[in-house]
Design a protein around this ligand. Structure first.
Ligand code: GLU
Length: 448
């Protein structure tokens, strides 16, 4: 059996880290099994879906590097849902119900007050033809509910293990609105059947949907036992609360705007909630090698922005020049080369920080000449080029011998003169990048 997994976001907002985790796990699972990965937009909610969110979803997934093999949009598939309507109705599994939202709300409250699980009481099933005609005569248009079999539901969840739902807790779900537009509960199943989905991997918030959808699969003639279900526990914030209030700050676009590396996001999300350690991966292939769905546990993992920040640095420090060349060029640093990248890389918090160190090596810098006699003496001792990683040690040893200085008194004035800054990448690697001509002039107090 070849694996087909899918990521099915609703284009009602920007993707956040929680969505990205589901997308990534589906992508990794499909790749790991040489399978296919489908991107499906669940956009049957016309009021809340927006084209700009749909575009943003594609853009954000591309940014993460999660390419899809097939694409579908539910709003293009309305005829398939209409077909399912007819089939379910003919099979006696779909029935019209006339309650208004207010009436349903009232029923729910009464059930809760009696200590009963709030679920639809199936009053519509007991309506006589005359009562139905009267309601329709009043101008009421029915919505359509799926008649669940009164049975318990169980499946072997690939993350949660054996999962069981008592039939007594499930209420007949609405599958079609009064205007016959399908709800997600139905359209998702029709799509999963049509696209030959073999594995449904989604958030724990869908566990009760699965209990209901397993019956819809069967009612539409599919074998629900042939589909693997995995429900990942949802990410929480540091205090254990949901991330929903932080969607803005934890959206992928916001992280991208802040200069977070996509591989930092992927590295963290692939390991949160697993028994494996969080590590900085430089690319998705590296990540794929260690991926195993069975390592995901049931505990709710905490998403810590500070951990992402640390990982971002670690990822950046591992990125090869080839991985960043295009982005550096787009930042106006087309003359950056591999040697300069490797010299400045260990000092970066963000890729954009590379511009500063590029300028220190390739553009005129005003030296900080706090100690001009000392730096002029050091200038006299600068060895001839060619320079390499050993030049710094040889030169500073000579300066030390001549001036008697050591430690900070030796190194700090040199750094200030050479770079105009009191901190930065190791001078051992930076010095050959600055080059003799600029170094000499800066040590002499000149802008160079
Ligand atoms: N549109 C649903 C969501 O974003 C999809 C759930 C599913 O994967 O079936 O939560």
């Amino acid at each position: 059996m070849s694996v087909v997994a899918r990521f099915a976001p609703s284009p009602t907002g920007y993707l956040h880290v929680g969505n990205a985790r589901i997308a990534l796990v589906n992508w990794l699972f499909a790749r790991k099994h040489d399978g296919r990965f489908l991107l499906r937009l669940d956009d049957t909610d016309l009021e809340r879906s927006r084209p700009e969110y749909a575009e943003a979803i594609e853009e954000d997934l591309r940014w993460l590097g999660l390419a899809w093999d097939a694409f579908a949009r539910e709003s293009d598939r309305m005829d398939r849902y209409a077909d399912a309507f007819e089939r379910l109705r003919a099979a006696g599994r779909l029935y019209p119900a006339y309650e208004t939202p207010e009436e349903l709300d009232y029923k729910r409250k009464r059930q809760l007050a009696r200590g009963e699980p709030p679920r639809y009481d199936r009053a519509a099933l007991r309506l006589s033809d005359a009562e139905r005609s009267r309601l329709e005569g009043e101008g009421r248009r029915p919505h359509w509910r799926f008649r669940l079999a009164d049975a318990d539901v169980a499946w072997g969840d690939l993350v949660r293990g054996p999962t069981h739902f008592s039939g007594a807790h499930l209420g007949d779900p609405v599958l079609f609105r009064a205007d016959r537009r399908p709800l997600y509960t139905l359209s998702s199943v029709v799509d999963d059947i049509d696209f030959g989905i073999t594995h449904v991997i989604r958030g724990e918030d869908h566990v009760s949907n699965t209990a209901v959808q397993l019956q819809i699969f069967a009612a539409l003639g599919a074998d629900p036992a042939a589909i693997g279900f995995a429900h990942l526990s949802l990410l929480t914030d540091a205090g254990g609360g949901g991330l929903s209030k932080r969607h803005g700050s934890l959206s992928l676009r916001e992280l991208r705007r802040q200069g977070i590396e996509p591989m930092a996001v992927n590295s963290l999300l692939a390991r949160l909630g697993t028994s494996d350690p969080v590590e900085p991966f430089a690319d998705l292939d590296e990540l794929l090698a260690g991926f195993d769905l069975s390592c995901f546990g049931r505990a709710a993992p905490k998403f810590d922005p500070a951990e992402l920040e640390r990982l971002n640095e670690a990822v950046l420090h591992r990125l090869p020049f080839a991985a960043v060349r295009g982005r550096l060029a787009a930042m106006g640093l087309a003359d950056m080369d591999a040697a300069l990248w490797e010299a400045v890389r260990p000092n970066l918090k963000r890729l954009s920080d590379a511009a500063e160190w590029h300028a220190v090596c390739r553009r005129p810098v005003a030296p900080v000449a706090d100690d001009p006699e000392f730096t002029a003496a050091a200038a006299d001792l600068l060895p001839p080029e060619p320079w390499d990683a050993g030049t710094w040690a040889a030169w500073t040893a000579a300066v030390k011998a001549r001036t008697g200085r050591s430690g900070k008194a030796l190194f700090q004035p040199l750094r200030l003169a050479l770079t105009g800054r009191d901190h930065g990448p190791e001078l051992k690697t930076l010095l050959p990048q600055i080059g003799r001509e600029r170094a000499l002039a800066r040590l002499q107090g000149k802008v160079a």
